[in-house]
Unconditional design. Structure first.
Length: 399
């Protein structure tokens, strides 16, 4: 289910809902909490994040419930354990258990509970049983079984922990899908993965993410003669970095083109060619500047739900070339220039190269000298637009 979004500044006279949102950290649901508050709902964010930190993110202290030393300690320990493949799985499980147990214990009266998948089972159960709340699990990736299949194909030996989905994760997620009244997902390909595994489409709420449109503003085209591709995210097999490199090299052999990567290097070798730049971790302002210097944004992901970096790039004026597993196809619905998004199959460097070549040559849509693919769709792909679609869905669910 997805409903249209219109501009509004309050709940418009509709029912003011008590909404509980559970998250282990700084994820998109923090932006959702902030924007649902602005729309007039009574929102409480349950998180290991300290209230002074969530206040900086726009959620007042009075609407932020710290989950205490157990959950916060588990998150801190997990960050350290991520450096060790041996401890990574145990750390992830500890976070899920700690956040879920703490949130379930702290949960107050609510009409709706929105819990991040993998760490909300007890919270969803308690909200339904004690308060009669509508329980919604927020699933940002494909169905857990589809995700496991994709990752297992990247490492048939099963020796790389970061590509293995543990049995306890699968069991917990499947239980959450069963308990929840609705499952919120960001993209059509995620919907398809659930329907293929027997989940009725009527139980799914499809709502593409938003982004910070004030920070990621339209940019002027780069100087004539520039041929530059940018990619943001982990340099990894999941993100299809190896496929992107092969596509880029095909283009570069025909005519010089630069490739810029912004983010961490994980499990794909970094090219040694002079026209490749590893920019590393960047601030949001620096990332926007890199977008402004490029002609096209590329994302060759094999596995994810919807990458927010795609929205950032589009909001900055870049065309997008992506795979069918990034959520990019959904973004076309909101663009003044739908052809600014090109979608290709994963694992296909030839198709990726052809789409990138076409995007490099295609003149951008210009408004007042700046590249602007979004037009009137700009608001719809803001965090406020994202929350408005949530608001419409919640009003339909709660009456």
């Amino acid at each position: 289910m997805e409903t249209s979004s219109s501009r509004r500044t309050s709940s418009g006279g509709g029912r003011r809902l008590r909404i509980a949102i559970v998250t282990p950290g700084r994820f998109h649901v923090v932006d959702l909490a902030r924007e649902l508050l602005a729309l007039g709902h009574d929102v409480t964010l349950y998180s290991p994040l300290p209230p002074w930190q969530t206040r900086r993110m726009g959620v007042p202290i009075s609407h932020s419930r710290w989950l205490g030393p157990i959950a916060a300690g588990a998150v801190l320990a997990a960050r350290r354990a991520m450096r060790s493949s041996r401890l990574r799985e145990a750390a992830a499980r500890a976070v899920g258990e700690a956040v879920d147990l703490s949130a379930a214990a702290a949960l107050g009266p609510c009409d709706v509970v929105i819990g991040m998948s993998g760490l909300s089972l007890r919270t969803l159960q308690r909200a339904r049983r004690r308060f009669g709340a509508v329980a919604i699990v927020e699933r940002s990736s494909q169905h857990i079984l589809a995700q496991r299949e994709i990752l297992a194909a990247l490492d048939p030996s099963g020796r790389r922990p970061e590509l293995v989905v543990p049995r306890w994760t699968v069991e917990r997620e499947l239980a959450e899908y069963e308990v929840a009244d609705r499952i919120s997902v960001p993209a059509r390909h995620v919907v398809r993965s659930f329907v293929a595994r027997g989940v009725p489409e009527a139980r799914l709420l499809r709502n593409p993410f938003g982004t910070d449109i004030a920070r990621f503003r339209p940019t002027p085209p780069p100087p004539a003669g520039t041929r530059r591709i940018v990619m943001a995210g982990s340099w990894s097999l999941q993100k299809g970095a190896d496929v992107l490199v092969e596509a880029w090299r095909r283009l570069d052999r025909e005519r010089p083109v630069e490739l810029v990567h912004c983010g961490a290097v994980v499990d794909v070798p970094v090219p040694r060619e002079a026209r490749f730049l590893a920019a590393g971790f960047l601030s949001q302002a620096e990332l926007w500047r890199r977008y402004g210097e490029a002609n096209v944004f590329a994302l060759a992901s094999r596995q994810e739900g919807m990458a927010v970096v795609q929205l950032q790039a589009l909001a900055s004026g870049l065309p997008l070339v992506c795979t069918t597993r990034t959520g990019g196809e959904d973004l076309r619905d909101y663009l003044a220039d739908p052809e600014a998004v090109s979608v290709v199959p994963p694992e296909d460097p030839e198709a990726l190269a052809a789409a990138l070549d076409a995007a490099l040559e295609r003149p951008p849509r210009l408004v007042d000298g700046a590249r602007d693919a979004l037009g009137e769709g700009r608001h719809a792909l803001s965090w406020r637009g994202y929350a408005e679609r949530w608001d419409d869905n919640l009003k339909e669910l709660c009456g």
